[in-house]
Design a protein around this ligand. Structure first.
Ligand code: TYD
Length: 137
């Protein structure tokens, strides 16, 4: 698939703010450019630990930092880009066939992931050289 890091986009989400706090609602197909099939969140990430380290053949995701902050390093086999996520009212859209690493979690950071498909290990590419080959590099 010919996706590039230019296809990864920050998406603004609604923020309903009032004295008692804030709410961010997210609708499938409206705020997220795919139908949401699965939601999961990453938490209790020890300091210095990184997550990700894979690409997906088909899966699209929107990643949101609902608490704290972390970096997402995006890689399309040619270019690399680091994006810091630190607010609950925007998310990072990642299409299929982009290598990603999640790094530098602040303590107590929580990463919410909205995903286009159920979990399927056969959709993962966990070897970077295999990823580069699939990208034709
Ligand atoms: P993985 O996606 O590699 O984690 P990350 O990219 O956040 O570092 O998943 C880690 C483990 O959790 C792996 O054994 C598969 C399992 N897992 C599920 O069973 N269901 C899921 O929805 C996810 C995301 C992971």
């Amino acid at each position: 698939m010919r996706t590039t890091i230019g296809d990864c986009k920050l998406i603004d989400l609604p923020k309903i703010s009032e004295r008692r706090g804030a709410i961010t609602p997210i609708y499938s197909g409206t705020h997220v450019p795919f139908d949401i099939a699965r939601v999961y969140y990453l938490y209790d990430v020890p300091g210095g630990e990184s997550r990700g380290g894979h690409a997906h053949k088909e899966l699209q995701v929107l990643i949101v930092s609902v608490m704290g902050a972390f970096d997402v390093v995006l890689d399309d086999g040619e270019d690399r880009k680091r994006v810091r996520l630190d607010r609950g009212y925007y998310g990072l859209y990642i299409p299929a066939m982009i290598w990603r690493e999640l790094e530098n979690f602040s303590s107590g950071g929580i990463c919410l992931v909205l995903a286009s498909m159920p979990y399927d290990e056969s959709d993962y590419i966990r070897d970077y050289d295999t990823f580069l080959k699939e990208k034709g590099r």
